[in-house]
Design a protein. Structure first.
Length: 308
């Protein structure tokens, strides 16, 4: 059962140095979620061989162009490709106006239902929940309202012990995985503990898009397997980071350390950095298990962390 994130764009406001604006694709047990949708995202999705029709939900962090200017193009392509599955869009309330205006002036009547849900911008607020995942908000601090998203996998079923699988009739396997004892046809009862092992712990991923440092997020992020956090600048530009309400690599790493996350992934690199390894070097001093998001790479979020 997959839980993987693909980084489609790792650049800041200006697309430069082969880096695209922000977008990430999350695959949670084959349900696809898109986080942010900068210009060019649909091409990036095609390059990653993602079927646009399978994207179930889009989460937009804030209304700066490098995080959403690709959304109308994506919606338009979904329409032209004959999508009929509903698309759910979560984001700032203003985003709805932008979508509606563009559909109206182009005389477009979408072939699929588009449901829009404004965020509340409150850490811990529930965004959505289904049988595979629960999504909650993270209130970030930026020049405009910016919201991060925390994805927690739903508890997984217990694992059947290989040597005992044969005694469990097919019809009973689901119930046994959910913890029930097994009633055999001859009336004997086999306790669940003899048939199953504890499930793999649920996995979690946090997406902290554009933000100044927000130390109060630590309790909400406590123990997440993978934290993506923007790191637009190094500490030598801490003044610029403060002015533009972005974070430095050190600030991102400090939060990762305080929240005791499994691994930190940095992104949203300023176009001034040709070589982004300076950001990594700064972060690992405060939080060693840090990686840099690389364009187009997929990372498996797992029990033992992340393999690139
Ligand atoms: Zn921004």
């Amino acid at each position: 059962m997959r839980f993987a994130v693909t980084t489609l764009g790792t650049g800041a406001a200006l697309p430069a140095r082969g880096r695209y604006p922000s977008a990430q694709l999350l695959n949670i047990r084959e349900r696809l979620f898109l986080m942010d949708c900068g210009e060019g995202t649909q091409e990036r999705l095609r390059m990653a061989q993602v079927n646009l029709g399978r994207i179930a939900r889009v989460f937009i962090s804030h209304m700066h162009g490098d995080h959403y200017l690709g959304l109308m193009g994506l919606i338009s392509s979904m329409h032209l490709l004959g999508r009929n599955m509903a698309l759910h869009v979560h984001g700032p309330a203003e985003l709805r106006e932008v979508i509606e205006l563009q559909l109206r002036v182009s005389g477009t009547y979408l072939r699929f239902p588009l449901h829009f849900y404004p965020v509340q911008h409150t850490s811990g607020a529930l965004v959505m929940k289904d049988d595979r995942v629960e999504v909650t908000e993270l209130a970030l601090k930026h020049r405009v309202q910016s919201t991060g998203f925390l994805f927690r996998e739903a508890p997984r079923p217990r694992k059947l012990i290989k040597e005992r699988v044969d005694i469990i009739p097919h019809y009973a396997r689901r119930a046994v995985k959910l913890g029930e004892d097994l009633l055999l046809p001859d009336g004997r009862i086999v306790p669940n503990a003899e048939l199953t092992e504890p499930p793999t712990p649920p996995r979690s991923y946090a997406y902290c898009s554009d933000t100044a440092q927000v130390p109060d997020l630590a309790p909400f992020l406590h123990g997440v397997d993978l934290l993506y956090h923007e790191a637009t600048f190094t500490e030598s530009l801490a003044g610029r980071a403060k002015e533009t309400m972005h974070s430095t690599a050190k600030q991102a790493a400090t939060l990762a350390r305080d929240a005791q996350v499994g691994q930190l992934m940095l992104g949203h690199f300023s176009s001034r950095y040709k070589d982004v390894s300076v950001l990594l070097a700064e972060a690992v001093e405060y939080f060693p298990n840090t990686i840099l998001a690389r364009e187009g790479d997929t990372y498996e979020v797992g029990e033992t962390g992340v393999q690139g």
